[in-house]
Design a protein around this ligand. Structure first.
Ligand SMILES: NC(=O)c1ccc[n+]([C@@H]2O[C@H](COP(=O)([O-])OP(=O)(O)OC[C@H]3O[C@@H](n4cnc5c(N)ncnc54)[C@H](O)[C@@H]3O)[C@@H](O)[C@H]2O)c1
Length: 315
């Protein structure tokens, strides 16, 4: 990676990844793009361009004009929001990805595009979910993520596009709030701990899902994109994870810092059903073996860092 364009750069991941890549590759080599100026302040003085990913021509223009060699494609509509607008979710997630892959095919750019644990849904092993297993998602978001994995593999096999990706679990972070997914409770719980010392969870006790702290999620992009391609058997959509969590477990970690922290429940049936259709825990052996993936943050380290940063931000 030398000259990088990021789509959806004002979202939860993009707003941090843009700075991370600027540090690694130089500020002048990063073009952050988004379809509105919402959260633009998070980018500071990084270069920003307006780009709706449904506009393939504009994307091609930006890639050629800026001599981009890698597109990091983050623009998408996430799980819970996707269920309120399934047609638009298909259009944005699949149309956007196809435009990115077409531009990559025409210009020779490499592509990083994240998939999600939402690719799973029915009839798969919930514990230690393997890299390759049944993928029958029950949300439109999951349908687009499975299709996206297959499409990215197709562009690699058919046209030689250097497309790579991971299946992110829930990402926990303190800079930009998540964009209405199912694992968002695991971010909100920390904000509410710092603000009010209590939280009402929309996800039920004992509902396990995998999570990853943002610094690990960012490092994964660079490590996968810089990995030796000859060693990559799976290329797109590697399972990666750090911890399998449910609300009580996070609350117990928070109570090490805030002993009075209170947790109660008001279950959202839509997000609860989605959560129950996703893995309890992932097997990330293929990522470990093929490009050396490992997570650095566990629950206690992440909790200490989240609380410290949110105290600075909110108090
Ligand atoms: N955050 C997570 O927990 C998580 C987990 C698994 C996978 N992912 C994947 O990572 C990627 C980034 O996720 P995120 O959490 O940063 O999401 P987010 O919702 O915070 O950000 C996505 C951004 O894309 C933008 N966007 C939507 N439609 C667009 C369009 N047509 N053109 C241009 N921009 C558009 C949104 O405005 C938003 O700024 C997505 O592909 C998502 O599926 C995220």
């Amino acid at each position: 990676m030398k000259r990088i364009l990021i789509t959806g750069a004002l979202g939860q991941i993009g707003s941090e990844l843009a700075h991370y890549l600027a540090k690694e590759y130089g500020k002048d080599n990063i073009i952050a793009t988004g379809r509105s100026h919402r959260n633009i302040e998070a980018l500071g003085d990084l270069h920003f361009e307006m780009l709706d990913v449904s506009d393939g021509e504009r994307l091609n223009e930006l890639v050629e004009k800026n001599k981009i060699d890698t597109i990091v494609h983050l623009a998408a509509i996430l799980s819970a929001k996707g269920e309120t607008m399934p047609q638009e979710t298909w259009h944005t997630n699949m149309g956007g990805l196809q435009n990115v892959l077409e531009v990559a095919k025409n210009t020779g750019a490499a592509v990083f595009t994240p998939s999600s644990i939402a690719v799973f849904g029915k009839d798969f092993p919930l514990d230690n979910t393997p890299q390759s297993t049944v993928m029958l998602p029950t949300t439109m978001y999951g349908v687009t993520k499975v299709s996206g994995e297959i499409l990215a593999d197709y562009y690699h096999q058919k046209f030689g596009v250097d497309a790579r990706g991971v299946r992110y679990p829930g990402i926990i972070s303190h800079l930009t709030l998540p964009g209405n997914g199912t694992t968002d409770y695991a971010v909100h719980i920390y904000y509410e701990a710092v603000k009010n010392n209590k939280y009402t969870s929309y996800i039920a006790k004992d509902t396990y899902m995998d999570m990853l702290y943002m610094p690990d999620a960012l490092r994964a992009v660079v490590e996968l994109m810089e990995a030796n391609p000859d060693k990559l058997i799976h290329r797109n959509a590697f399972n990666i994870t750090a911890m399998s969590l449910e609300p009580e477990k996070i609350a117990a970690a928070i109570r090490k810092h805030y002993p009075e922290f209170a947790l109660d429940y008001a279950i959202d049936p839509v997000r609860q059903a989605i959560a129950e259709s996703w893995p309890n825990s992932l097997d990330d052996t293929c990522a470990r073996e093929e490009w050396g993936w490992h997570a650095e943050y566990d629950l206690p380290a992440m909790t200490a860092d989240m609380l410290e940063n949110l105290e600075k931000k909110l108090k």
